[in-house]
Write a protein that binds this ligand. Structure first.
Ligand code: NDP
Length: 408
């Protein structure tokens, strides 16, 4: 049996009921196979693939917290420190009911490769909880975040493990995490990224993933003799990544026409209005039905459907496995020429294969959404030298990093 198949089988047997982790490992091992096969005996003796696919450390813990009615709740907390070979573990915290150990392992495994691809000295990690932030008061969110850190603070630090935001975690949550860490440890250090500007955050960090996605998309189109200006773009998601992807798409002369959240999606023939989107999702924390009320020309649809719209470029920016084979077929039938992943593993393996067979340009998330972690690493540098760089300085480094990632 080929070494890559042997290790994939082991991963499946040793990690039962973790389909997302199996999927992420399969994707990487299949891609590496041509390289591995050239030196199979050496790599097998060195257990190279086992060392790549078994995490260095997993921390699992109880997160008890009290709601506004006095009811106690208990959630599961996780931090997977997957690989610290080239620097402190780095990767976000996700708060979503779908979080489980397999999801944490897939995300931290992917993070290892993504972080390395940025060229910056950061290892791969990821954490989170099955806590659902939807409908919770600020005080409840704070209670949860502080309890989460009451356990996690022992295992993180500016030189060991530096978490950031992900689904369900933005500046508010990072603020609660950081504040509790500082209280417990008594040190002010760059232990989180995505912090508020007044206490060590970096300019351009909120924009970084979405902007970076558009920079790499632009570079990829350019390398293929195409221009992003004038292209119609379908975007899924309505959170951090989607919002700033939409903003940068406009700035580069493209027209983003869709966005979505966990209940439905919007088609706006005039193009998605960024200010309205921010007001609805970031300020009011409301559903996209509110967007449709504010923009009478737009259409709101319940459920899934973003990939049925006619577009040149598709940017999945919500969550894993949100673009399946039937979606890929609809995109190709509608003339879509490029799929670039803003989310982590949004495209299923069969959909990815189909897109590639059909000649659709495909940029995987490990490259396409690396702008967020790249600017997080720049935030770490600024914290270490106790300086703050200008927006333009950070943004121009981000652009350069995304161009380098494409060519690497
Ligand atoms: P946010 O929480 O800001 O936004 C996520 C968006 O996706 C929301 O609109 C949410 O809907 C929707 N969504 C989440 N889960 C589901 C689901 N199961 N089904 C349908 N819709 C869903 O997260 P981010 O924008 O930060 O993250 C989006 C993706 O990008 C994730 O895969 C993340 O890992 C990846 N990523 C994020 C980076 C970052 O810097 N933030 C960096 C690199 C990758 P609703 O509004 O209803 O909750």
């Amino acid at each position: 049996m080929r070494y890559v198949d042997e290790v994939l089988q082991q991963v499946i047997t040793q990690n039962p009921a973790q389909p997302e982790f199996h999927q992420a490992v399969q994707e990487v091992l299949e891609t590496l196979a041509p390289v591995i096969e050239k030196n199979e005996e050496l790599y097998r003796r060195e257990a190279l693939l086992e060392r790549l696919t078994v995490p260095e450390r997993i921390i699992m813990f109880r997160v008890p917290w009290v709601d506004d009615q006095g009811q106690v709740h208990v959630n599961n907390g996780y931090r997977v420190q997957f690989n610290g070979a080239i620097g402190p573990y780095k990767g976000g915290i996700r708060l979503h009911p779908s979080v489980n150990l397999g999801v944490m392992k897939f995300l931290s495994f992917e993070q290892t490769f993504k972080n390395s691809l940025t060229g910056l000295p950061i290892g791969g990690g990821k954490g989170g909880s099955d806590f659902d932030p939807k409908g919770k008061s600020d005080r409840e969110i704070m209670a949860f975040c502080q309890s989460f850190i009451n356990e996690l603070y022992k295992y993180i630090g500016a030189d060991t493990d530096v978490p950031a935001g992900d689904i369900g975690v933005g500046a508010r949550e990072v603020g609660y995490f950081f504040g509790q860490y500082r209280r417990l440890k008594g040190v002010f250090e760059g232990v989180f990224t995505g912090k508020g500007l007044s206490y060590g955050g970096s300019l351009a960090r909120p924009q970084a993933t979405g902007y970076g996605l558009l920079y790499i998309t632009q570079e990829m189109l350019k390398a293929n003799g195409q221009d992003i200006a004038g292209k119609t773009v379908a975007v899924s998601g309505a959170g951090n990544v989607a919002t700033y992807a939409i903003e940068k798409a406009w700035q580069l002369g493209a027209k983003p026409v869709t966005c979505s959240d966990s209940t439905g999606w919007i088609y706006d023939p005039d193009g998605i209005d960024v200010a309205t989107l921010i007001e609805v999702k970031q300020v009011k924390r409301a559903r996209l039905t509110e967007y449709a009320k504010a923009r009478p020309n737009s259409q709101y649809h319940e459920g899934k459907g973003v990939w049925t719209v006619k577009c040149d470029i598709a940017l999945p920016c919500a969550t894993q496995n949100e673009l399946l084979l039937e979606d890929a077929k609809a995109l190709v039938a509608n003339g879509c020429m490029a799929v670039c992943e803003g989310a982590n593993m949004p495209t299923s393996l069969d959909a990815t294969k189909y897109l590639q067979q059909q000649g659709v340009y495909f940029v995987p998330g490990k490259a396409a959404n690396a702008g967020g972690v790249a600017v997080s690493a720049l935030e770490m540098s600024q914290n270490s030298e106790r300086l703050s760089w200008s927006f333009e300085q950070v943004d121009s480094q981000l652009q350069q990093i995304m161009v380098n990632i494409f060519h690497n």
